[in-house]
Structure formats: C-alpha cells, structure tokens
Design a protein around this ligand. Structure first.
Ligand SMILES: [Zn+2]
Length: 106
C-alpha cells in the first residue's frame, strides 16, 4: 500500500469537504434570505389585499385589519419576527419580547 498516495487522497478529500462545507453555508444563507424575503412579501401582499378590500367594501375596514393581524400572528408562529426591530427576519432564539408585546397590544 502506498502510504503517500493514501495520505494525498485523504488531504484531497479534506479539501473537497471544506469546499462543500463552504457551499453549504452559502446555500443556507441564500435559503434564509429567500425565506425572509418571502415573509416580507406575504405581509406586503396581505397589506395590499387589505387596502384593496377596504376600497371595494365600505364595511371592510374593520374586518380587514383583523385579517392583517391574523396574517402577522401566523407569520410569528411560523418563526418570523413581526416587530419593528427585526421585522421579517427569522427568529433564531425562540420567542421575541418585542413581537409578543406587539401581539398583545393589537
Ligand atoms: Zn421580534
């Protein structure tokens, strides 16, 4: 058995794993960016829908704000911030006090 060859192979493999690990990291970052963008678009979409409903039905104002609130609650439960500070980003450390106070206030 050529020990040098085996050693070289292991080193090469190590390098490739390092590259893959780097790629995985950047992919993970892209996924997070996409999820955050998606959550912002969902809220934006909900806001626009609310506005549209408010325009088309005169009694829709109250109802639509409830719909908007439900959308935010749902978003929070899905793991996103809905507070002013971290709005639209993924909650990585469990519950957020700012988000919770917003939910209680509304
Ligand atoms: Zn928050």
């Amino acid at each position: 058995m050529d020990k040098q060859a085996v050693f070289a192979q292991v080193a090469e493999l190590e390098e490739r794993i390092g590259e893959l690990y780097g790629e995985l990291g950047s992919l993970k970052k892209k996924i997070i960016d996409l999820l955050e963008e998606n959550s912002k678009l969902q809220v934006e979409n909900g806001n626009l829908r609310d506005r549209l409903e408010g325009q088309t039905s005169k009694s829709g104002g109250q109802q639509s704000s409830v719909g908007g609130f439900n959308a935010l609650t749902k978003l929070y439960e899905e793991g996103f911030h809905i507070c002013n500070i971290h709005y639209g980003s993924i909650r990585t450390e469990g519950d957020c006090l700012f988000c919770q106070s917003f939910l209680q206030k509304s």
